[in-house]
Each structure stands twice: as C-alpha cells, then as structure tokens.
Design a protein around this ligand. Sequence first.
Ligand code: AMP
Ligand code: MG
Length: 329
Amino acid sequence: MVLFCLGLEGTAHSFGAGVVTDEGKVLSNEWDMLKPEQGGIHPREASRHHSDLGPKIILTAIEKAGINFSDINLIAFSRGPGLGPCLRTTATMARTLALKLDVPLVDVNHCVAHIEIGCLESEFNDPVTVYVSGGNSQVIAFAGGRFRTFGETLDIAIGNMLDVLGRELGMGFPAGPIIEKLANEGSNFHNLPYSVKGMDLSYSGMLTAAKKLFSEGVPIPDICFSVQETAFGMLAEIAERAIAHTKKQELLLTGGVARNNRLTEILKGVSERHSTKFHRVSPSLAGDQGAMIAWNGILQFKAGHTIGISNSHVLPKWRTDEQDILWRA
Ligand code: AMP
Ligand code: MG
C-alpha cells in the first residue's frame, strides 16, 4: 500500500503544503510567499498570511495530488527553527488535521528537510550541503548520527543580506534575483569585507560596506557584482574546507539562494577541483515548501518516529544538529 503524507511548511514568510508518497513521488507542492510592500517581514503579519491563505493552499495541494483527505496517512509539519507566531499557526493546522483525520503527526526540522529533499532529487547518499536562504546560511554534513553544522553565518543570512541591501538600493522583494541580474552588467570589482572566521561567515560588515559604496555613487551593477563575488567566494571557501575535512564525495546546493546561477557556477568549480559529484536542487524544491516537510515526515515515520499532540510544541531555535537522524542510523 502506498502511503501519502501531507507536509505543512510555515517557518517564515512562506506557507506551503505538499503531498509526497513513501516512494518519494512529489504529487503536489503549493505555496505562497508574503511580500511586504516596504520594510522587512513582521512575524505577526507572516503568521496572519499563513492563517488567511493556509486552508486554501492545503485544499489545492490535496486536489492537485489527485487524492482525498481520507487518503492521507500522515501529517508532517515544520516544528522549527523559525519565527514563533508562524510556527505556531502552522503547527495548529497540522494538529487539527491529524486529529480530524485520525492519522499520526510527525515533527520535522526545517533545515534537515532541505537536505533530505535534495538527496531525494539528486539520489545523493551522503553530501556536504550548502544551505543558503533568507534565514539560514549553513554548510552541513552527516557525522555521528546527526547532521552537523560545519560552518554557518555568525550574524545575518546571505539571502537576508541580499534582500536588505536590495531594499536600500530601491529594489523590490525578494532582491536576490534582481541583484543576480544586475551583477551580470557589472564589471568593476570593489573590495568588500571578506569575513571568514574559521569555518564561519559574517555578512553584516559586507552589508554596511556595500551601502557605503552606494552612498559614494558607485554604480549599482558594480555593487551587485562585487557583493556576489565576495559573498559567494566566502561560501565556496568553507564548503571546500568541509569537503577536504569530511572526504565526502557529493556537494549539494539548496535553499532559495541556490537559484543563483553564479553561486552554482562557483560551487561547481569547487566540486570539480575535488572530484565530487555536484547537484543544485531545482527551483521548485530549493526554497521553503511543503514537499520537503512531507518527504522528511515519511522518512521519520518509517523509522518509527511520531509525536503526540501534547508534546508537539514548536521549537523556534531548533538547531540542525539537535536531532538524532534515526533513518540514517
Ligand atoms: P527561502 O528563504 O529559502 O524561501 O529563499 C528566499 C531567499 O532566496 C530570498 O532571500 C531571496 O532573495 C533569495 N533568492 C531567490 N532567488 C535568488 C537568486 N537568483 N539569487 C540570489 N538569491 C535569491
Ligand atoms: Mg529554508
């Protein structure tokens, strides 16, 4: 019998619902991202977005999967890390559905889900993963029963840095794709803080310095070009060191910023130098979406893990390396 899992993702500005089978077939993957007209994301507004649009997105995901609610065997939800109000709204929907349909509930770590959906798509077994998004910048690999964070940002995430810079430069949200496009028109490189500390990164100094270049009249394409080269070079350095240390044979790029072609090109270069395989997760599975939560839910369920409603409180600061990865043990 085929198992159907409905996965709900709602850690930050996006709400997603996806249906995946235990054979790893993604039957549907619906989502919507809150795009504030000005300023950043307010957790309360994002959670309202999720409660307003969530039910419709869930219905569409079920419909597009070609199943009925009664076919669902399992509900998975993003338990953390993320913004408290968004996590709670999403968890409430998941608990309600699990109770109503009388099916098990599974709690999923958002960052781990990004890695596992990447492994499903690439057929990788044990990669070094570069996970770059609006809220996270991490280099992760499996060791000793858990996904270990080998390096990460010490302050803001790379996607957040690009979005905040874009806002200062008068771009819409999200700014990442606009910066990528303009960077192709830039050619003059300006020095920006290249901040790698051991295996960790810092992007806040670069943001300040890039804003200063703008105030000095440096053309926007040159700023975009310089920011991309510096920010992506930093990531490549720690990814390369992670490969050298772990001797893993696969390099996986995922998260919303994985949509960037220049970053992909640079990391591909790293993988070629180390003779590892390389995969960039396809755009529909790279950002925050429900299919990755559903697939991770299946993996956990098959390893014998479910969670009771009364224990299912959200974990806004749940780190990648705080979960025993039972299905890889
Ligand atoms: P996520 O947090 O995974 O949903 O991804 C959203 C983030 O990805 C935002 O910060 C976007 O600016 C960023 N992003 C999306 N497309 C690109 C791109 N082509 N280049 C750089 N960043 C991007
Ligand atoms: Mg994410």
